[in-house]
Design a protein around this ligand. Structure first.
Ligand code: KIV
Length: 307
């Protein structure tokens, strides 16, 4: 039996305050990514707490090798679609590579666009102590910021690949320090990606803002996954921390192959998928066509009425 409510959760919009209360109550916070309208509607109806329009869209929707080519325009385009579909969930727009690194002024301007043009409630950006200046400026403008530490995909080349972070004492200490710095800077929540469970748990206990984990184990205040991974819609690779709840890529291929076969074998469209004419209208039409054929003048190849 399905446990999914048939309509959006009651109780209005999930706010930062709601997320903080959940952490205080020890109630797990649920986040997933979305990049389009139907997914946003489905997530909202399912009762998700938050939706991240992640720059992961570059890989799972746009087919880029990594998240680095994603632009502000692409992000805002997808944010708007998600905002049209979700009225309940807390919405976070992911700031793409080079939209906040070059200068605080650029960071502030681009962060503002996510709320003003993208319909988001907050922004997320990657990095620790090096980003404090930009984060403080964005928050001072009234824009909530979610931090992101650990495996930060926009630094994939600097990190030397998609590797688990914070495994040594020193690396873990740096992560913990960065988490405290981001909390102190005013971030309202923090994503921890691909770090040991123990380190994520230590951070979640030490800081008061909600910690949302991805590949960071059970000790976080909430969890997030890339929806295309969870649905089995991205067939290039699946990180080991992902639990696949469906295999929609195979299902999509099956449906496409069935359609192609149906068209080739003339099984589609059958009568139930076609429109037909009122029989009397059809009889009148045939009579008209037959009369037209009678008037046809074979010498000039045109019906006489067109001469
Ligand atoms: O872009 C994204 O989807 C993310 C999540 C993996 C946290 O940053």
């Amino acid at each position: 039996m399905s446990t999914i409510p048939a309509s959006p959760q009651s109780g209005g919009k999930i706010s930062i305050k709601t997320l903080h209360s959940k952490k205080l109550r020890g109630e797990p916070i649920t986040f997933l990514t979305a990049y389009d309208f139907p997914t946003a509607v489905a997530l909202d109806r399912s009762g998700i707490d938050g939706i991240l329009v992640g720059d992961s869209l570059g890989m799972v929707v746009l087919g880029y090798e990594n998240t680095l080519p994603v632009t502000m325009q692409e992000m805002l385009h997808h944010c708007r679609a998600v905002a049209r579909g979700a009225s309940h969930a807390h919405l976070v727009g992911d700031m793409p590579f080079m939209s906040y690194q070059a200068s605080t002024a650029t960071a502030l301007r681009n962060a503002g666009m996510f709320l003003q043009k993208g319909g988001m409630d907050a922004v997320k950006l990657e990095g620790g102590r090096d980003r404090v200046h930009a984060i403080k400026a964005i928050i001072a403008a009234g824009i909530p910021v979610m931090g992101h530490l650990g495996l930060t995909p926009q630094s994939v080349h600097q990190l030397g690949g998609w590797k688990v972070q914070g495994k040594s004492t020193e690396a873990a200490r740096t992560l913990i320090e960065d988490a405290l710095i981001l909390e102190d800077a005013g971030c309202y929540a923090l994503v921890l990606e691909s770090i040991p469970t123990e380190v994520a748990q230590l951070i979640s206990k030490r800081i008061t803002i909600p910690v949302i984990g991805i590949g960071a184990g059970m000790g976080c205040d909430g969890q997030i996954l890339v929806t295309h991974d969870l649905l089995g819609l991205f067939d290039r690779f699946t990180p080991s921390f992902v639990k696949k709840y469906a295999d929609l890529f195979s299902e999509m291929e099956r449906a496409f192959q069935e359609y192609i076969a149906d068209v080739k074998e003339r099984r589609f469209p059958s009568a139930e998928h076609a429109n037909s004419m009122d029989p009397q209208e059809l009889r009148d039409l045939i009579r008209e066509i037959e009369a037209l054929e009678d008037e046809f003048n074979p010498d000039d190849n045109l019906p006489t009425r067109f001469n």
